[in-house]
Design a protein around this ligand. Structure first.
Ligand code: SAH
Length: 253
């Protein structure tokens, strides 16, 4: 018996507001046989999936993984080999700290065809919903996106704080996944040369109605974020562009 092989679509769901998925991503959801979705993919999008389609929650919460990455990879391949159209729905963009490349390479190695459907990344859209443009002719001619996921005190930490502090001279810094180690991360950035008075902000649950924003000079941000109980998911923006919010760009919250 021969069966036609299905396909895996790595679809960016956008940062939270369900309307920020692409037209292509939405169309694929409407025709999916299987949807494997992450914690940060807006749940409202699942209402577009046809009746009878299989919904699999792959959400990861801290260290309590519902499904481990190798299990997700294996599932994608297995479902596609059953002939299914598989949508792998990921928060933001699949290739921005989303492990999308790992999943696509796993499909490639298994001979399963795949497509990438880019999404609106939180790195740009969450600041935008908080009234901040990551570039601006007068303030920032570059922006640098980096992960604060790792404990900065670990000897094997991969972050090059000197390089990041240097990049701050050219423009905006956008840190993802930095809520847990915020205090240590910012201390490292300041000792690496960033002006402690640089405008900074944390945005929690951006682009959705419960969005919260805390703004402070960089050196004070960890304390302010802690006082307001800012937790994951949150984005930290560092740079002069933070002032744009109070200059009139605030529109959503
Ligand atoms: N691929 C995603 C990022 C995945 S990493 C993208 O392109 O957006 C997960 C991190 O993204 C979170 O820890 C947080 O830093 C950020 N993030 C995603 N959605 C967010 C939201 N609605 N509000 C604030 N931060 C968000």
């Amino acid at each position: 018996m021969t069966s036609t092989i299905g396909k895996v679509y790595l679809v960016g769901a956008g940062p939270g507001d369900p309307d920020l998925i692409t037209v292509k991503g939405l169309r694929l959801l409407q025709h999916a046989d299987v949807v494997i979705y992450d914690r940060l993919a807006p749940k409202a999008l699942l209402t577009h999936v046809p009746n009878g389609a299989e919904l699999i929650d792959a959400s990861k919460d801290g260290h309590q993984h519902t499904l481990k990455q190798p299990e997700i990879n294996a599932l994608l391949v297995q479902k596609a080999k059953e002939g299914k159209q598989v949508v792998r729905l990921k928060g933001g963009d699949p290739f921005v700290f989303g492990r999308g490349a790992e999943e696509a390479l796993y499909c490639h190695a298994a001979g399963v065809p795949f497509e990438i459907v880019p999404g609106v990344t939180s790195a740009i859209a969450v600041p935008a919903y908080a009234g901040v443009s990551v570039t601006h002719r007068d303030y920032a001619s570059a922006f640098t996106v980096f992960t604060g996921h790792e404990n900065p005190n670990k000897p094997a930490n991969i972050l090059d704080f000197e390089a990041i502090a240097h990049a701050a001279k050219a423009g905006t810094l956008v840190m993802l996944m930095g809520a847990t180690y915020l205090q240590d991360l910012i201390r490292h950035l300041i000792t690496s040369g960033i002006d402690p008075q640089t405008p900074a902000m944390c945005i929690e649950w951006g682009t959705v109605p419960q969005q919260r924003v805390v703004t402070a000079p960089l050196v004070d941000l960890p304390e302010r974020a802690k006082a307001d109980n800012i937790g994951s998911p949150a984005i930290t923006v560092i740079g002069e562009v933070v002032h744009l919010r109070e200059q009139g760009l605030r529109w959503f919250d």
